[in-house]
Design a protein around this ligand. Structure first.
Ligand SMILES: Cc1cc2nc3c(=O)[nH]c(=O)nc-3n(C[C@H](O)[C@H](O)[C@H](O)COP(=O)(O)O)c2cc1C
Ligand code: SF4
Length: 489
């Protein structure tokens, strides 16, 4: 794999920054962002098993707020009231007080300059990859199709009188090649990657009824976000999760919510309609979705442009464009681990590293974003379009805005490396920026559901914790090896 070099950066003087589009305001629905700088959703695994806003969550977002981005989006937050590990949650009113505290922290720390959105998410069940023994003894639903194929393998000596236990034991001894003749491709995927629900599993009642259930769940979550004081919500229609799966070309549901473009966009529009009807025009509501799913048979940029036009005409306040990040092409997990959607080619497009194969990781999703925005503008809508993917310097950001490829620039990893980077740029102090090296150490931690930190600062225990009283020691990750909050700079 090639190693792309981090391009040298030219930083603006304070005078140049003053006239830069990047630091100019923009209206986004009900609010005005003071700058076109945006920190997109990033799960840092700072919540707890209850999905609550913990002191670590407050410290994390407080630290990003110090950098005063125009918009800060709180991580993907679950809309259901179900145990979800340490994922932040908004599926019940009891989460509101904690979320309120989060809003207050960001307001205070950004001195009122950062608008705070929250990304709200639904996801389907995914299980760890089982051992072969477990799969054949417990998980596989043995049916007549299996029995018949196994009986046909005469060397196994199975007959119509054989017990299921004999069929299961026989399966355990088969080679990959033999298994491919007995199991369906879905069953092989469950065996080799772990069981994962799809939106097309219409035989499961809770999947069939998603179109009835999801508008209410998203709607109630958005009401709670408004109650907590957020400036906006971002509907998570991207990556490996439920709503993105409805938009996907792979969605062939035959109940009016799959198949053609119009059917695939139907539920995302119905979810948005419900949210809007419940929160009214005073809360900014937009969505994040994919310019390209990257996977074989997945949606491409022309699908995304169609969705964007529909979303804009329906009244969404912003369109945030991501790329890839699917389960479909994820690497096979180890036994006992679950698949992670950022390990295959689509994952590499989502968080492009310097090791990505063809083309540069920097501004990688911009061309597709530009096509999407052009379609929205051609249809007469002025909806702001947010670009992300490898933004790490002034010229890249400013030229993307100046050329009309996007209206707002989002930077995730560069902001993680240095949450003050936008502010430093604006102050003409660009040379002081701690520059991301795009090798995805942070993403590796996310994959293991470990508290996310950055390799550029997490072993620096000399610098005080900006959020702790003077003289107190720096708080560390649960493995004791890393500091949890970037030092001030
Ligand atoms: C640790 C980590 C967690 C992320 N979590 C989310 C998330 O919760 N929701 C989301 O839409 N994107 C998530 N992303 C993707 C980023 O928002 C962003 O789209 C991606 O990293 C590409 O932008 P960048 O090149 O500026 O990092 C995450 C990225 C990282 C590195
Ligand atoms: S860990 Fe690496 S890729 Fe992630 S933000 Fe830090 S420097 Fe960038």
């Amino acid at each position: 794999m090639p190693n792309h070099l981090i391009p040298d950066a030219r930083w603006p003087s304070q005078a140049e920054a003053k006239t830069a589009k990047l630091f100019s305001p923009i209206r986004i629905g009900a609010i005005e962002a003071l700058r076109r700088t945006w920190v997109p959703a990033m799960v840092p695994w700072r919540s707890n098993e209850e999905g609550a806003v913990t002191p670590d969550v407050l410290d994390w977002y407080g630290r990003f707020a110090d950098g005063k981005p125009g918009v800060l989006v709180v991580e993907a937050t679950g809309i259901r009231d179900i145990p979800s590990g340490p994922l932040l949650r908004i599926g019940d009113d009891r989460f509101i007080p904690g979320l309120k505290e989060l809003v207050e922290t960001v307001r205070e720390r950004s001195e009122g300059e950062t608008r705070l959105f929250i990304q709200i998410l639904d996801f389907l069940t995914i299980r760890r990859r089982p051992t072969r023994e477990k799969f054949f003894e417990r998980f596989l639903v043995l049916d007549e199709r299996h029995r018949e194929r196994l009986r046909d393998m005469s060397q196994l000596g199975l007959t119509a009188d054989s017990h299921d236990a004999n069929f299961r034991a026989a399966l355990l001894g088969l080679s990959e090649d033999e298994l491919s003749r007995v199991l369906s491709s879905r069953e092989r995927s469950d065996l080799n990657h772990g069981y994962r629900e799809r939106v097309t599993d219409l035989e499961l009642p809770h999947i069939a009824e998603l179109p009835e259930v999801l508008p209410g769940l998203f709607g109630d979550a958005a009401v709670r976000a408004r109650e907590a004081g957020f400036d906006g919500v971002e509907l998570h229609y991207a990556h490996a999760y439920t709503m993105a799966s409805f938009l996907s070309r792979t969605n062939q549901r035959d109940d009016g919510y799959g198949g053609g473009l119009e059917q695939r966009v139907r539920l995302p529009l119905e979810v948005f309609d419900r949210v809007r009807s419940l929160v009214g025009p005073d809360l900014t509501v937009g969505s994040r979705f994919l310019s390209d799913e990257i996977i074989e048979g997945g949606s491409r940029v022309e699908d995304a442009a169609y969705f964007a036009e529909r979303f804009a005409e329906r009244g969404m306040d912003f369109l945030s464009i991501s790329r890839g990040g699917k389960f479909d092409d994820a690497k096979q997990p180890k036994v006992g681990e679950a698949a992670y959607p950022y390990t295959g080619p689509s994952g590499h497009e989502c968080m492009p590293s310097i090791r990505i194969d063809e083309g540069s990781p920097f501004g990688r999703n911009l061309e597709a974003t530009s096509i999407i925005r052009a379609r929205v503008r051609a249809a007469g809508h002025s909806t702001p379009v947010v670009a992300a993917g490898g933004f790490n310097n002034f010229d890249l950001a400013e030229s993307a805005l100046a050329s009309g490829d996007c209206d707002v620039v989002a930077a995730a990893r560069q902001s993680l490396a240095d949450p003050d980077w936008f502010r430093k740029m604006e102050a003409g102090r660009g040379s002081e920026i701690r520059r991301c090296v795009f090798t995805n150490y942070c993403e590796g931690l996310d994959q293991k559901h470990k508290q996310v930190t950055c390799q550029l600062w997490d072993r620096d225990f000399e610098q005080p914790d900006p959020l702790q009283p003077a003289g107190s020691s720096v708080r560390r990750s649960s493995d004791g090896k890393r500091r949890l909050v970037p030092p001030s700079s």
